[in-house]
Design a protein around this ligand. Structure first.
Ligand SMILES: [Zn+2]
Length: 196
């Protein structure tokens, strides 16, 4: 395990960061301090969330599923707004179904790669904070695969920091707490701010 390094002592301190989270709430629990710190210094390019959140509760009907997706999105927007202090950073959603990731090479996977590449280019992203390779949850593993595809515009390649494990995540004063991903059907956990 590599010891965590404070972002203030990292060569990536002034990088423009993108957070790529598998599920709504991973962005806050995994990188809340990074989001708050980089937003305060105008170094946060954006927050992108891979899945639609539909797997956190049983949804007997399509209407229930739509309601749950809206609620999860709303929670993520609210959490990011709190962390960024009203700097109008709005999470983007790739809308993959929970626990049913697209296969690499599929049309849907390639479409998400293009969306990610567009964001990297448009917002001059230098570094991506996302899940580590080898994460056990399929959506976390998918995030790690997805982030390997596009390349950052300025450096020719993106630098990656592993988000949920906390082992290599750059810190902004607070620890990145290790966590286990919520499994579909399990009791939900709600997003908390980085200070909690
Ligand atoms: Zn997760």
């Amino acid at each position: 395990m590599t010891p965590a390094t404070a972002l203030s002592r990292s060569p990536w301190q002034s990088a423009r960061w993108l957070v790529l989270a598998p599920h709504a709430d991973d962005e806050t629990l995994g990188t809340g301090a990074l989001i708050a710190d980089t937003a305060a210094r105008n170094r946060l390019a954006g927050v992108m969330i891979l899945t639609d959140g539909s797997g956190s509760h049983p949804c007997p009907t399509p209407a229930d599923r739509s309601t749950l997706i809206r609620r999860r999105r709303g929670e993520a927007r609210h959490a990011v707004a709190l962390l960024t202090g009203g700097r109008r950073i709005v999470p983007r959603f790739l809308d993959w179904h929970d626990a049913n990731p697209h296969r690499p090479g599929s049309a849907a996977f390639r479409r998400s790669v293009r969306q990610l590449a567009t964001l990297l280019r448009r917002h001059a992203v230098d570094a991506i904070a996302t899940t580590a390779a080898g994460e056990p949850h399929c959506d976390h593993a998918a995030c790690s695969r997805l982030r390997c595809r596009p390349r950052a515009p300025r450096t020719g390649r993106s630098r990656f920091s592993n988000m949920p494990s906390g082992a290599n995540a750059p810190r902004a004063g607070a620890s990145f707490a290790p966590r286990q991903c919520r499994q579909p059907g399990a009791r939900p956990r709600f997003a908390r701010t980085a200070a909690s």
